[in-house]
Design a protein around this ligand. Structure first.
Ligand code: GDP
Ligand code: MG
Length: 164
């Protein structure tokens, strides 16, 4: 069956924007218990000659940093359990925050392939110095993208499908 790619990251980094940019019309929603964070949204994606299933694990809007971290851990665990490749998304405008580092540690320990997508790099040249900061996460080369502007997505997907 097709490889599974899951997007994880803090609220508002742009996970759903990326998901929608790649998913086109093939979206289906799998709902678990109402009010729980575990709804998963799936889409069948084609990229060049590759086909894969993409999962957006985003959940309810958290209201505190504790909730954000526990929700991120839960998302990351879902991704570790179900995905072949994990896209870990961060926000170049907010920079590296503690929750990112904690989740990066968790992903690294899982030994799953992780692609580090640094989103909101809308102006590629201007963003690069800030993008380099994310090397400190220790999960590989940061891939600058603009999900909203649909920039850098091809280069990032090349890295993703390289793990299939
Ligand atoms: P999620 O919570 O991680 O799913 O994030 P969303 O996809 O809902 O996006 C959160 C906010 O970031 C929205 O206002 C998006 O329009 C905005 N956003 C997403 N991608 C980009 C981007 O590439 N550049 C900029 N400037 N904003 C973005
Ligand atoms: Mg979302």
């Amino acid at each position: 069956s097709k490889p599974i790619v899951a997007i994880v990251g803090r609220p508002n980094v742009g996970k759903s924007t990326l998901f929608n940019a790649l998913a086109g019309e093939n979206i289906s929603i799998v709902k678990d218990t109402p009010g729980v964070t575990r709804d998963r949204i799936y889409a069948d994606v084609e990229w060049l000659n590759y086909q894969f299933t993409l999962i957006d694990t985003g959940g309810i809007e958290p209201d505190s940093s504790d909730v954000i971290l526990s929700q991120m851990r839960e998302q990351a665990q879902i991704a570790i359990d179900t995905a072949d490749v994990i896209i870990f998304m961060v926000d170049v405008r907010q920079g590296l925050i503690d929750a990112d580092s904690k989740v990066a540690d968790m992903l690294r320990r899982s030994r799953k392939p992780v692609v580090l997508a640094v989103n909101k790099a809308d102006n590629y040249e201007k963003s690069l110095p800030d993008v380099y900061e994310f090397y400190n996460l220790g999960i590989g080369d940061p891939q600058p993208i603009s999900a909203a502007g649909k920039q850098g997505l091809g280069d990032m997907l090349d890295v993703v499908v390289g793990y299939f």
